[in-house]
Design a protein around this ligand. Structure first.
Ligand SMILES: *Cc1c(COP(=O)(O)O)cnc(C)c1O
Length: 437
């Protein structure tokens, strides 16, 4: 056993892992582009962007250099009472790409904290305006992170049962999950919107905000909805004077085939959460961006109205430098062409699997399908076996229960992506054979 494996076995606790039954982790020594290299020299193709963060590729040189330059100049400074060029440039450039008057950037550390900030801003916004609006709405299956507010908003994902009694109350409304050639999509959308209408009619004036992952719910199984639904939700909330928080922690920066899912859907939320791909997946950082009107409600001569929230590393200059370099690549027309080619390969390959899988679906650069299974959801028994199978094939694909999905970094070549789909083909055929026995 290598030193890494030995020390890991003795001292390390891994995320989302049952440490007693999980196979020992694979030690990675280096990475480049879409490839990870193990300590013993094996290549593994990363087709899930290392939990959805790696945007342009591992060790992408322009981002690595920006980080090194920034670390040698200004690595960190307190962000209350001080500012710096990487933060101001990033705030200016990011807001220029976001729709409408999403103009004010609050920095934090990761997806979960960006959601905490959004929820707290929404609640305090109404309080500052003298209205009592304690209620929060969310969509069934939404996942927003693992801190307490984010767990409350994502309670219906089923990951947090150990903490149920400590989570504040959130009303979860139906999500009209859909896929290619779904004959029922309009009925499901009508039902979801009717439930929203009812919630707004019953408690609209006591509701601060609705939080949602637009177009694509990640953790609950790459569940997709149509642009039309996101637009209809936004219109209803605006009419009812309830804030819309879009959690684009995963969908941001091109995953849905547009720079932001809200732009693709033609919606301007009141608050938007961005993280994961923000720094190209190099270092943890997040932002919560709000519309001018939200920010204005916190302005007062009294500190009581201020947003009394901050983290030690708020707007860390190294994170900002990475985000600026990543944004250059995201806005490069060559990158945006890749989004289309990735989607093209997904379409071609998923068509060949239509008859053997359920609910084939594509949203921009993300493709997903369900394997026929006795038990759907994260606990489906196929998950761990498939993960092993894919690793034997030299690809990192990590099914969510019986859901297989590909969410590659944009540097992936067509050849590499086809290799991934070949492995998916193999998995579907193998599983088909097993269940026939
Ligand atoms: C991953 C994720 C989060 C949480 O982000 P962390 O960086 O893991 O805290 C929140 N929302 C969505 C939609 C996510 O996919």
């Amino acid at each position: 056993m290598s030193d890494t494996r030995r020390q890991d076995a003795r001292h390390v606790w891994h995320p989302f892992t049952q440490m007693q039954t999980a196979p020992p982790p694979i030690a990675i020594a280096s990475a480049r582009g879409a490839s990870l290299y193990t300590e013993d020299g094996r290549e593994i193709l990363d087709l899930i962007s290392s939990w959805w963060v790696t945007l342009h590729g591992h060790a992408e040189p322009s981002i690595a250099e920006a980080i090194a330059r920034q670390a040698g100049r200004l690595e960190q400074v307190i962000f209350a009472g001080f500012t710096h060029e990487p933060a101001t440039s990033l705030a200016a450039r990011l807001t220029a790409e976001l729709p409408g008057d999403l103009n004010r950037v609050f920095f934090s550390d990761d997806g979960s904290t960006s959601v905490e900030v959004a929820l707290k801003l929404a609640l305090q916004f109404w309080r500052n305006r003298g209205e009592h609006r304690p209620r929060i709405l969310a969509l069934e299956g939404g996942y927003h992170g693992d801190t307490f507010g984010a767990m409350a908003a994502g309670a219906s994902s089923g990951f947090f049962r150990a903490f149920d009694e400590h989570l504040f109350d959130v009303t979860h409304l139906p999500f009209p999950e859909t896929w290619a050639n779904d004959p029922d999509v309009e009925r499901k959308e009508a039902e979801a919107l009717a439930a929203l209408d009812q919630a707004l009619a019953d408690h609209g004036s006591a509701t601060a905000a609705l939080i949602a992952e637009p177009l694509l719910q990640g953790a609950s199984g790459m569940r997709m909805c149509r642009d039309e639904f996101v637009r209809a939700v936004s219109e209803r909330l605006r009419a009812a004077n309830v804030l819309l928080i879009l959690d684009e922690v995963m969908t941001g920066f091109g995953r849905t085939g547009s720079t932001f899912a809200c732009g693709r859907a033609g919606v301007t939320p009141d608050l938007i959460c961005l993280s994961k791909g923000l720094t190209g997946g190099f270092v943890p950082m997040s932002v919560t961006v709000c519309r001018d009107g939200i920010y204005d409600a916190f302005l007062d001569s009294d500190f009581e109205r201020a947003f009394a929230h901050g983290h030690s590393f708020t707007a860390n200059p190294i994170g900002c430098a990475a985000a600026l370099a990543s944004l250059d690549l995201t806005l490069d027309p060559a990158t945006q062409l890749r989004w289309g080619s990735i989607e093209g390969v997904h379409r071609e390959r998923i068509a060949g699997l239509q008859d053997d899988v359920l609910h084939a679906r594509i949203c921009g650069t993300v493709a997903a399908l369900d394997l026929p299974s006795e038990q759907s959801g994260y606990g489906a028994p196929e998950g761990p076996r498939l993960k092993e199978y894919f690793l034997e094939q030299g690809v990192l694909i990590r099914p969510l229960g019986n859901v297989i999905y590909l969410l590659p970094p944009y540097c992936v070549t067509d050849e590499q992506l086809h290799r991934g789909w070949d492995a998916v083909d193999g998995a579907v055929r193998r599983l088909g054979k097993e269940s026939a026995r």
